[in-house]
Design a protein around this ligand. Structure first.
Ligand SMILES: Cc1cc2nc3c(=O)[nH]c(=O)nc-3n(C[C@H](O)[C@H](O)[C@H](O)COP(=O)(O)OP(=O)(O)OC[C@H]3O[C@@H](n4cnc5c(N)ncnc54)[C@H](O)[C@@H]3O)c2cc1C
Length: 271
């Protein structure tokens, strides 16, 4: 299918983009890598009157701020897989990004686009939740910072207003971590994935309604017994997941067990 007609403006600077979003509100959509938005246009599931291309904006920087990695919204997925500052600061992010689509998609797709799109099976919103990430959003009216835990409002819905642009993402690092994913084929979206971070005590998953989500019962069980055996951990995870999704509970629980095992292994290696 072909997309419906739309106007297109390549924003020349940040204020230009923000002004266009303010002026056109719900009728306008920023386009970054286009890897999610363009298919939606072609399927006519999105019908913006105006596309605001943000690719010329200076939002492609990566920086390390103490133990936190800061990525401009236009940092591409492939940079997460290859930049040594990512592996040094938040290796969980790089490990998860390697599972995003195929090479060509990772070279076009952006971190801001992925988090704004909020696909419930996407890797980066899951990592943001697991590491306690923060999203910096800007509009013509000012800048605000939103915790990843408060950013997602359900599948493909976020706390972003129509006139706001994600300009930066902050990814706190540190601590042993684990990431496990099951997808039907290489490059497919995750059927089930889990990330665990020992330092924060967070265990987050995708693959059930409401994803990405943390698993408070699993987190409490690990807090109570940091050495909880795999079989017991699986049982706790499966029971918690079954409440939301009986069919995938076993698979997601297996990803939880693997992610936690990896995190424990790294923790032992670091000790
Ligand atoms: C075949 C295929 C397989 C894929 N597999 C995966 C996968 O396994 N895992 C995965 O996570 N993703 C996958 N994707 C999606 C891909 O990662 C996209 O890059 C990502 O979802 C969106 O990033 P983008 O830069 O392309 O955003 P775009 O497509 O340009 O935009 C997506 C949405 O975000 C909004 N947006 C973009 N940038 C901003 C911003 N800075 N501020 C506010 N709103 C913004 C747009 O208006 C739009 O609503 C796949 C895509 C394809 C085509």
């Amino acid at each position: 299918m072909k997309p419906p007609p739309f106007d297109y403006v390549r924003a020349e600077h940040l204020d230009h983009a923000l002004e266009l979003l303010r002026e056109h509100g719900e009728d306008a959509k920023p386009v970054a890598g286009g890897q999610s938005l363009i298919p939606l246009l072609n399927l006519r599931m999105a019908r913006p009157a105006l596309l605001v291309d943000i690719n010329d904006l200076p939002l492609g920087e990566l920086a390390v701020d103490g133990s936190t990695l800061r990525t401009g919204a236009l940092v591409r997925h492939h940079a997460l897989c290859s930049d040594p500052r990512v592996s040094a600061t938040n290796p969980l992010l790089g490990a998860a990004a390697r599972h995003i689509g195929h090479r060509a998609i990772r070279h076009r797709g952006t971190v801001g686009g992925s988090v704004a799109h909020a696909d419930p099976a996407a890797e980066l919103p899951l990592v943001a939740l697991a590491c306690g990430g923060r999203i910096v959003a800007r509009s013509a009216g000012g800048t605000r910072e939103i915790a990843a835990a408060e950013f997602g409002n359900g599948p493909f819905m976020t706390a972003l207003e129509a006139d706001e642009l994600i300009v930066e993402l902050r990814w706190p690092g540190g601590g042993a971590w684990g990431f496990a994913e099951f997808a039907e084929r290489t490059g497919d979206f995750a059927t089930a994935a889990a990330a665990a971070v020992v330092l924060t005590g967070r265990v987050a998953i995708t693959g059930v309604p409401g994803s990405p989500a943390r698993l408070p019962t699993v987190e409490a069980a690990i807090r109570a017994d940091p050495g909880l055996a795999a079989e017991e951990l699986r049982a706790v995870a499966e029971a918690e997941l079954r409440e939301h999704e009986p069919h995938l509970a076993g698979l997601v629980a297996e990803m939880v067990v693997r992610a936690v095992a990896q995190a424990r292994h790294r923790e032992r290696g670091a000790a």
